[in-house]
Write a new protein. Structure first.
Length: 305
């Protein structure tokens, strides 16, 4: 299946899927004068309603990505378990120096992804705490101002400033960092502490502030720090638990992504969250019983629901 004539311009971004973060990025890119197209299983044009942080409302159209045009700029804001498949499916459509930005919760092995890219193609990771939700399939609400961290994972030179500018428009403010992993470990600790508990208890993040969850939150977070430290990412348990509670307070009215996935009967990201901690701990011969318990309980609940 040979595409492809002229590549998209650097001002056009193709976004995979129709998740809340992808649609938020698409709407904000279009607002900033970029063209955002969608890569969907069913290639439809989406008449999108966008409510921004100031409650201003806009109607936009996001068109499907034309299959006969090489993709030069690709944003992949899909679930951790879908990243490899999504990128593999898009490889034939990418221009030889395409720039890809992946963004997901949890950790996945990056080496298989890097192995599939051509030498001049660039891979980036964007970790975001922007909050968005979809009250309807064609409506995205930007519900909380967050920060995004962006790092380039490849050495290829691909007009980095254009990618950074676009990601600032899409999910900024963006801080560019030389190594994304310290940020990913911080975010992982937050997801380990909040996501499975809110999913199993079927509650909003804020309910985890109740003292009855304190020992579990502390144990889950301390286990993340144990593994991170052993892998060379220094994390101090007391400060990390404090950060978890700051996020619980800042997002108290939100339902976590795992709570939403479990309620909707979808696959969860537990394998890339507690599962990643358990897998790394096993290799390091460390004990992480509370992460293992959360992993087992979430898998058992999603398998039977
Ligand atoms: O996955 C999520 O829901 C979010 O990362 C967070 C920070 C836990 C807030 O809900």
């Amino acid at each position: 299946m040979a595409p492809i004539s002229s590549p998209q311009s650097a001002l056009s971004w193709c976004i995979v899927g129709r998740g809340a973060i992808g649609l938020l990025a698409g709407a904000r890119l279009q607002q900033a004068g970029y063209t955002a197209t969608l890569w969907l299983k069913q290639p439809d044009a989406i008449p999108l309603q966008f409510t921004d942080l100031t409650q201003q409302y806009q109607q936009q159209i996001l068109l499907p990505q034309p299959k006969d045009q090489a993709i030069a700029r690709l944003l992949v804001p899909v679930k951790a378990y879908d990243v490899l498949n999504a990128v593999a499916q898009l490889l034939p459509y990418l221009s030889p120096n395409a720039q890809l930005v992946i963004s997901h919760n949890g950790m996945i092995p990056i080496a298989p992804l890097l192995a599939r890219l051509r030498p001049a193609q660039g891979l980036w990771f964007l970790s975001t705490s922007q909050a968005a939700y979809k009250p309807a399939a064609d409506h995205v609400v930007h519900s909380g101002e967050g920060l995004s961290y962006l790092a380039k994972l490849t050495a290829s030179d691909g007009n980095d400033s254009q990618v950074i500018a676009a990601m600032n428009a899409a999910l900024g403010p963006v801080t560019v960092v030389p190594d994304i992993y310290p940020m990913l470990w911080q975010k992982l600790a937050i997801n380990v502490a909040i996501n499975p508990l809110t999913a199993l208890e079927n509650c909003q993040n804020g309910q985890l502030a109740h003292p009855r969850y304190q020992s579990q939150i502390s144990a889950l977070t301390t286990e993340v720090c144990l593994v991170a430290n052993a892998l060379g990412y220094p994390m101090e348990p007391t400060a990390t638990v404090q950060r978890v509670y700051q996020v619980i307070t800042a997002t108290s009215g939100n339902f976590s992504s795992m709570q939403q996935d479990m309620q909707a009967g979808r696959q969860t990201e537990i394998a890339a969250i507690c599962g990643y901690i358990c897998q790394q701990a096993a290799q390091l011969q460390l004990s992480v019983p509370v992460n293992q318990q959360m992993l087992d309980r979430v898998l058992a609940k999603t398998a039977t629901s």
